[in-house]
Design a protein around this ligand. Structure first.
Ligand SMILES: [Zn+2]
Length: 433
């Protein structure tokens, strides 16, 4: 990856100063990585490891037995099974996960793990304590090791193992996901309400892997989250690695499942809720958070980047070209349109229609630098803002003549240009309907 970055910079600097010309085409994994996505992470977690369920949850025989009961639960035995589950899979005491690095774990892997821990520390009230040599606490630490085969973790604590196979599990997304298991969370796609969001395509499941798709009973703390760090991609346990097994009802979300680079806002909410982080917050805090915000551990709200303020009530116009539109119709143009847009521009647009209406977007003109949407990019978020973490991405002439509709009364767009190769830009006519 580093070699590729250097290569990109070299290509970039060789062409700097010219106005139009040729750029090498970068697509695939490198582009995804730089755009903040990681398609490999979910694949690594799904690769079956010894004693693991659904690829990466290491369980004892007793835990497996309880987990199977959770998969086969009936209305009659639900209460009993849930009691058994809280005994078999426990939360860490005192909201504190204690971990110990295996002496053989490399510095690279430790750093990656610490990077993930820092994100949990920042967004949740869960404490992470390293048991260094001579640790004499009462709580058995989880062993962070790299000697096993694959990326996996035990579920809940205290004690257990979290394995990050050297030079294989070196992904932030993998660490965030495995820590999620270590804290006691299961896979999002096994929730009992998944049928409202995804369809399981049985005929594409690899032979012998059907159990991995069984629903698992547990209390549901937050809305279903297709873009959760704990959700697998649409080709999970696929018979040929390509055919879809988990098909979202909204097909535009397909590419956003299993892109594990960050915690979604609903992930943050769920971890905080599980560990009692809102104990001192007002009861109605959740209802006060606007624009897809969720309660934060500080009793304010965790906002999407487009909004700020304690309750995400303020549009976050960081640049001069950013704008909030509240009229019921209007036109949005790239800076300088129809002349070429300037370099190094970032514009964020929010269209807020009256509640109960939706936003209709007509892209009457669209000409943005192409090349895998790597250099200049136009992003839209037109889904349910609460669970929309990864935007739809466009460049080239992809949106020319295209119409889009928002799911709610809110549509968000963002345009970014880099330091060269500027095109005509875009014109969007919108109306509330
Ligand atoms: Zn997992």
């Amino acid at each position: 990856m580093k070699v590729l970055l250097i290569l990109l910079l070299l290509v970039g600097s060789a062409l700097a100063g010219t106005d139009q010309g040729e750029r090498d085409e970068f697509t695939g994994e490198a582009v995804d990585f730089f755009l903040g996505k990681d398609k490999m992470a979910a694949k690594l977690e799904m690769t079956p490891s010894a004693n693991c369920v659904e690829g990466d949850m290491e369980m004892t025989e007793e835990q497996k037995e309880v987990y199977n009961m959770m998969r086969e639960v009936t209305a009659k035995n639900r209460a009993r099974v849930r009691r058994a589950a809280t005994t078999a899979f426990r939360l860490w005491p005192d909201k504190t996960l204690v971990y110990k690095f295996d002496s053989q774990l490399s510095k690279t892997m430790k750093t990656k793990f610490e990077e993930a821990v820092a994100l949990y520390r920042e967004t949740t009230c869960i404490k992470f304590v390293e048991a260094k040599d001579g640790y004499s606490g009462d709580v058995r630490p989880i062993n962070i090791k790299g000697t096993g085969n694959g990326c996996y973790s035990t579920v809940g604590g205290p004690g257990g193992n979290l394995n990050l196979q050297e030079s294989r599990c070196d992904h932030l997304g993998v660490c965030l996901h495995e820590i999620g298991h270590a804290l006691g969370v299961y896979h999002e796609q096994t929730r009992s309400d998944r049928g409202d969001h995804v369809t399981i395509n049985e005929k594409n499941i690899r032979k012998g892997y059907g159990n991995n798709f069984k629903m698992v009973d547990r209390p549901l703390l937050a809305p279903y989250d297709l873009q959760s760090i704990m959700h697998y991609s649409c080709d999970a346990f696929s018979k040929d690695g390509r055919s879809e097994t988990i098909v979202p009802q909204d097909s535009s979300v397909k590419e956003k499942m299993g892109l594990q680079r960050r915690l979604s806002r609903l992930d943050i909410y769920k971890f905080n809720l599980m560990y009692g982080c809102y104990e001192g917050c007002p009861e109605d805090l959740k209802d006060k958070c606007q624009h897809g915000g969720v309660p934060s551990k500080e009793c304010t709200c965790v906002c999407p980047e487009e909004y700020k303020g304690p309750y995400c009530e303020i549009f976050n116009a960081e640049t001069a070209c950013s704008a909030l539109f509240t009229d019921t119709s209007g036109v949005i143009q790239s800076p300088g349109y129809p002349a070429r847009y300037p370099s190094n521009t970032e514009c964020v647009y929010a269209i807020e229609c009256p509640v109960g209406m939706t936003v209709h977007l007509d892209f009457t003109d669209f000409d943005v630098e192409g090349y895998g949407c790597f250099y200049d990019i136009f992003e839209t978020k037109t889904g349910d803002i609460i669970d929309e973490i990864y935007p739809d991405e466009y460049c080239d002439r992809e949106l020319k003549g295209v119409a889009k509709h928002s799911k709610t009364n809110l549509a968000l767009m963002k345009f970014k240009s880099d330091y060269m190769f500027n095109y005509k830009g875009f014109q969007v006519e919108y109306r509330c309907e």
